[in-house]
Design a protein around this ligand. Structure first.
Ligand SMILES: [Zn+2]
Length: 245
């Protein structure tokens, strides 16, 4: 067994470990925006709940403004109608005007009652609105805190990720040109960690059974092989107690 090849196997073992961390961190990193989007959806949901209550409140207020305006119109109408009554010439006309005004007076009374009811409704609803507002504030505070925490976590993972990529560059630089170009070729072609262990006659990447001759060559550290099924670089399990992580 060539020592140079054994060293290369060592480096590939380290590269495999580094890549496993790289892929793990990348997965965590990709998860952060997904989780943030979930939180933002929760914040929006909370705002929608509040807006629903606010819309009910605004509707009552709108009804009140309308009733107040109708009441003012009715009062104006009655004032004018009463001054017109001073001008009627006959008793018949006077009686007719009186009857007509009675109807308007009844309507005015109903409007007054409606204004009072709506004022009372809006007073009662004020507490509901305040409660909805404070509940929304508590919820969005909680969600925003969680979002901030995730963003910070993302920054920290990003930093570790970049450091790891730098470290990997150093590891890759320490293998021979031949092995490096093999690694780079495989890394570009496969999904996930490009280096896998060959163990018990199997590729641990895709679990396919390896030809005995191929497996023995990998075990004997004779040359580098790619799994015929998944295309990843096969490495033997070598004395790992000597490894530095
Ligand atoms: Zn395989």
């Amino acid at each position: 067994m060539s020592n140079v090849l054994k060293d290369e196997y060592r480096v590939l073992t380290e590269l495999k470990r580094t890549d496993e961390k790289v892929f793990r961190l990348k997965k965590e990193l990709d998860q952060i925006p997904v989780e943030i989007a979930d939180i933002e959806a929760e914040i929006q949901k909370s705002l929608d709940i509040y807006n629903g209550v606010k819309a009910q409140h605004d509707q009552i207020e709108k009804n009140l403004r309308k009733a107040e305006s109708d009441l003012r119109e009715k009062e104006d109408f009655l004032r004018k109608a009463e001054s017109k009554m001073m001008e009627v010439k006959t008793n018949e006309e006077y009686q007719a005007a009186l009857r007509e005004n009675e109807g308007h007076k009844t309507a005015k009374g109903e409007l007054e009652e409606s204004v009072l009811n709506l004022i009372s409704d809006i007073e009662k609803f004020k507490a509901t609105l305040q409660q909805a507002d404070s509940e929304h504030k508590v919820r969005s505070q909680k969600f925003n805190d969680a979002k901030k925490k995730l963003q910070e976590e993302g920054k920290s993972i990003q930093k570790s990720y970049e450091e790891l990529l730098e470290k990997r560059k150093g590891v890759v630089a320490s293998v021979s040109n031949e092995v490096r170009s093999l690694y780079e070729k495989v890394a570009a072609a496969v999904k996930g960690v490009p280096i896998v262990k060959a163990e018990n006659g199997l590729c641990t990447g895709c679990h396919v059974k390896l030809r005995p001759q191929l497996f023995n060559e990998v075990l004997g550290l004779k040359s580098f092989h790619r799994c015929p099924s998944c295309g990843k670089i096969l490495i033997a399990v070598i004395d790992e107690t000597e490894q530095t992580t």
